[in-house]
Write a protein that binds this ligand. Sequence first.
Ligand code: B3K
Ligand code: ZN
Length: 851
Amino acid sequence: PAPVLRADYAPPVWQVPEIALEFDLDPARTQVTGRLSVVRAGTGPLRLDGDGLTADAVSVDGVPADWTMDGDQLVIDLAGDAHLVEIRVTIAPEANTQLMGLYASDGLLCTQCEAEGFRRIMFFPDRPDVLARYAVRLVADRARYPVLLSNGDHVDSGTLPDGRHYADWRDPFPKPSYLFALVAGDLAVNRDSFVTGSGKVVELGIWVREHDLGRTGHAMHALKTAMAWDERVYGREYDLGVFNIVAVSDFNFGAMENKGLNIFNSRYVLADPDTATDQDYDAVATVVAHEYFHNWSGNRVTCRDWFQLSLKEGFTVFRDQQYSADQGSAAVKRIEDVRVLRAAQFPEDGGPLAHPIRPDSYIEISNFYTATIYNKGAEVIRMMHTMLGEAAFRAGSDLYFDRHDGTAATCEDFVAAMEDASGHDLGMFRLWYRQAGTPRVHAALDFDAPGGRARLRLQQVVPATPGQPDKQAMPMPLRIALFGEVSGTKLLPEQTVMLDGAHQEILFEGIGERPVLSINRGFSAPVTIESDRSAADLAFLSAHDDDPFARYEAMQQLMVDTLVDDVATGNADLTPVIAAVKATLADPALEPAFVAEAVLLPSEAYLGDQMPVVDPQAVTRAWDRLRGALGAELIADWRGVYAGMAAGGDSLEAAGKGMRRLRGVALGYIVASGAADGPALAAAQYEAAGTMTDRQTALSALAMTASAERDAAFAAFHARYADNGLVLDKWFQTQALAPRSDTIDVVERLARHPDFVMTNPNRLRSLVGAFAVNQRAFHDPSGRGYRFLGEMVVAIDRINPQTAAKLVPPLGRWSRFDAARGAMMRAELERVLGTEGLSKDVFEQVSKSLG
Ligand code: B3K
Ligand code: ZN
């Protein structure tokens, strides 16, 4: 398949200002009639995208028309400048296992159109710069599909003969086809309303299966909070009289921001204390807010073409991060966001699939809904926020929405609005849109004691990435402070230094004692910092830095340095880490949620990322040694914390959540210490748990052990939640993530379990996706992990290419491993590539991974 190039963008030859769609819904045979008012905007025939469609009938201005197929495109030569084109097609939602276009899930009919799913429903210029007003009629059997929803306002409904009924929907806002949606099914609704700043009443509805109705309260609360937040922080008011959310159980990703009718993976809607962890609660709120925020950043202003995807995704992730930070502890939220970036985006940026946040080419756009576009995209927006400051950033955002409302815009439009509103020159900053790769910044601080001066030397390198061998230095804001080693206080107010070349020196005057460097505070730039700070300096910062992120970071760096040393020598000095963790546990000024983050070890995968060649077994050895030592040496502290944090109880408030989190971390260390009562303690917590959080932490702690308690708890968990798919996902996932060398056996067995269904993406992610990021299990020296994943990719590709393609990247990291593993990983990729009938989704990921 030929790649699509950003440089080839050309405006559409025909616009479609209006479309009327009529659906005669049936799972086996749905008839769709489209009436497209087309208007000429250039020279050439009308070309309409289709995917797996055949036209039953085509007419132009009421007269049967001549048309041809050019590949998947339906082509009509039109004489005039404006015509009414009518097309009828027949589709089979129940046969649609790709979950793109119109499909059936658990008795519902629903759609997913982003990025190119609408062409599986109707012939249309399926590109985001063609904006149409939609009028939709849905017709279906009333008993089977009592609820009929689409975008915009409900304008009419009524009964038809033969037990059928219809509903008419009108969306007054022109939108690209990727934002079209419909849902038909037997759904119950949680109704509420929201009064906007200007006094407009919005009817809110969360639609789910009847038995899930009691699990929708949290999502509704999050929605209303997000609506108020967007008015207050960005001045953005909702624009329709209705906002609906529907939960479906088979969904390719998290959720979809269709205008006025968001469709969600049920895991980001449903939550109650018995089935959802605190983390799940937070994820629901974040995703609800994210999709809601898209109503402005994505829908009112959309993307000109898919190369601009980060325009809406990076900005909207930044907005949802700000929103979540405002709801609880901003420091803990920042730590979590950086952990995600490092776990998912840094490896992507350093591997064969690296791409800039505004890519130059793709084969299959679905492969570009990546951590780079989303999370690094958000970091780039955050840097602009840091450089411009709150007020100028808001002015830039207002200008962007004013200028581009109702249109399809580019990343350049966004940056230009920020520049124009602030007067700030972002000329070179645009490199962040063009260049891939995570910059490495080397920082060295010299102290001239007699002169009372300190000199900071910064040096940056942007590594080569596929297609980009030579890089320019990227401008970045680095928040920096110096702490006095003796006084333990900040020597100068924090500064934001703009590093805008390959080298830079900063001089600090009036420094009376040896300074310790705190750099990239708050993670102000998405880069790797390399510094020569000693273990003692890092331990010092972990106790004294007044930026919570920097404090966390110092502890992480201390742990990383110690583990990397231990991987190499097998006998690194563990005492600085143990002392620093002890001090953090004992500091009464720190909130439990923060302490929990600070004392957790970096993952084995992250450690692997720090090595020139990953040695998974050596990493495991070092990780187990440090974890065991922390557990054993501090056993009294962990037991104290464990008992003290029980006061968090079942409270859903932030404080209760933080205490549960720290208690769970303490339990993990107690079990890791090898204490004889570890499994029994975890089993007792499992039994007594009043929340899924406590149940899940107990289960995860038990998963580390080979104990009768472990087997009993997993059996009990399965029996208790046998009819709740979302919770069964946790059962699969917890076993797939277990840091044990026999996890591969367990995973192979689970793949034959009757509850392992290949048609459900959540289930695939919880077993196969989780396993593939479990470094110790996946990289088993036998190569069985690679074989398992390769076989899964091939099998899943026949059902759902998008989901299969997302499982490929762990195999693409072959060049990071020793020759034996690398060869086995490549062999698996070759085997997948040699499979007949491979989707272009998997083809692109595998062929790029082979390099
Ligand atoms: N915009 C959708 C993602 C669509 C993914 C298509 N493969 C959800 C979101 O980012 O909000
Ligand atoms: Zn999004």
